[in-house]
Design a protein around this ligand. Structure first.
Ligand code: HEC
Ligand code: HEC
Length: 222
């Protein structure tokens, strides 16, 4: 009887230790899970994966649980675009160098659930304002704002197969990203990283609301 209690206690203990260590054991080689002390350009250049220290302000949890089990490409040319492209055979354009883009580690369902819980707990005060997105529909001009008028599609793909590869694809953003994060990021990308190369576009509040509404409706059709 005592032995059984001891075994149960030990199993519970090792389970807890495993969950607390999952991110620091399997993820920190490529991802910052605490705010980096250096925000230099070199840090940005050398990082192997996107920052996750504000994951709880950024992602929708169901998306995390799914994606961690079946990771798909989000940045067609990697986290640091310039590193993962090479000149095409005739040197007329840059093409993605797939050898620079190893497949993402795949987690079991149990580990994905644990990792998603741990990631959702990573939050930073003052980065994202809860309720900044008012939840109004974007209206018929919103897709035009995204594609033509505000130039987002020079870097972001709005549907699978679109050309731009230098920035995260947007066609799964409705599942992937919290609307308040989208609003905060588009308002001021440099607040998230002073050297990130998405420009601050100086959009007015009405455009920010419409763009956030539009992006939040984009869902990957399976
Ligand atoms: C070998 C490096 C490497 C390891 C180890 C790694 N990742 Fe990643 N991770 C990446 C890269 C690179 C991307 C970007 C993929 C893309 O955009 O297509 C990424 C993307 C992500 C994303 C999506 C981020 C975003 O902003 O879209 C999440 C969430 C994530 N990883 C979680 C994890 C977790 C949890 C672990 C540990 C269990 C882990 N990763 C281990 C390299 C890694
Ligand atoms: C010059 C290229 C460029 C333009 C133009 C641009 N972006 Fe970005 N955007 C980026 C890059 C690069 C990132 C990722 C930065 C990073 O991870 O450090 C990004 C990130 C984002 C993110 C966060 C996504 C994520 O997964 O982290 C959102 C949302 C976003 N952009 C929306 C927009 C919108 C809306 C517009 C138009 C108003 C726009 N962007 C215009 C390059 C661009």
């Amino acid at each position: 009887m005592r032995l059984r209690i001891l075994i149960a206690a030990l199993a519970a203990f090792s389970g807890a230790a495993h969950s607390a260590d999952l991110l620091s054991q399997q993820c920190v080689a490529c991802h910052a899970i605490t705010k980096p002390s250096s925000t230099s350009l070199e840090r940005l250049w050398d990082r192997k994966g996107p920052d996750l220290y504000y994951a709880g302000n950024k992602f929708n949890k169901p998306w995390l649980v799914n994606w961690l089990q079946n990771p798909t490409t989000i940045r067609a040319a990697g986290v640091m675009y310039a590193k993962a492209v090479k000149p095409s055979a005739d040197k007329s354009a840059d093409v993605v160098d797939a050898a620079q883009l190893p497949a993402h580690p795949k987690l079991s369902a149990a580990d994905a659930a644990t990792a998603a819980d741990l990631l959702m707990a990573l939050k930073v005060d003052g980065l994202v304002t809860a309720g900044a997105f008012k939840g109004e529909p974007g209206g018929s001009m919103a897709p035009m704002l995204f594609s033509k008028l505000r130039g987002c599609t020079s870097c972001h793909a709005a549907k699978p197969g679109d050309k731009p590869t230098s920035a995260p694809e947007m066609y799964s953003a409705g599942d992937r990203l919290q609307p308040d994060f989208v609003h905060a990021y588009v308002t001021n990308p440099q607040k998230f990283d002073p050297h990130t190369w998405m420009p601050t576009l100086g959009l007015n509040e009405a455009d920010l609301q419409k763009l956030t509404a539009y992006i939040s409706t984009l869902r990957e059709k399976k």
